[in-house]
Design a protein around this ligand. Sequence first.
Ligand code: C5P
Length: 235
Amino acid sequence: MKSPDISDDIRSRLALALDVDDLVEAGRLGRRMSPWFSVAKIGLELFSASGPEAVGAFVDQGYEVFLDLKLHDIPTTVGKAARVLGSLGVSYVTVHASGGVDMLSAAVHGLNEGAAAAGLPAPMVLAVTVLTSESDAPSAVLEQRLTSALEADCGGVICAADDLFEVARVAPELLAVVPGIRPAGVASHDQGRPATPATAIQQGAGILVIGRAVTSADDPESAADAIATEVGEAI
Ligand code: C5P
């Protein structure tokens, strides 16, 4: 398929989940999907395999890098790790909101310091709210974690589309980044609370994380194109 001309308004809303363990394969996927995606999400699998080299590879491809390491430890340790990550040129880093305000703050300050020392813009902390595996958590838990994210000066949150109304009520200033995106008719895999691209955008998602809906499709370019069209109609 000929490379389409997708508007920046749409591309800036789409993050590609690079859930593979090989940087060569990930790099190929990144080049192939760059007409549709402006953000590349590196998770634990790829970072365990290739570390900071993976970050550089996608920065070089022109992506904003979203490092999805879901940090959670004592504040001092998180702060020191965040300082290192802040110097790599990433744009977003995930931290567990369940770690509390002090830990989230340590991440924010560590990233800011690391980026400043390297002469780079500060990455945004995305607080992970409620994992699929704890989706029966009481709603007060979500509210408390959103409040922690606000108090710690995080820039955004990771949440299911179902939780976007609560994000808009409690913390509308936070960027809502939403995984579990499945166009109508696409298998939900292990996503417990999937939503279509249009629904997530209409409910307030800022960025959609797209993985297997594109990477496991028979025709990834067409799948990405259909998602981009749906997002374009919803924004
Ligand atoms: O399901 P999909 O391949 O689109 O997953 C994209 C991202 O969503 C993954 O990289 C993972 O971080 C996240 N995920 C999630 N909850 C699940 C499964 C995956 O948030 N149950």
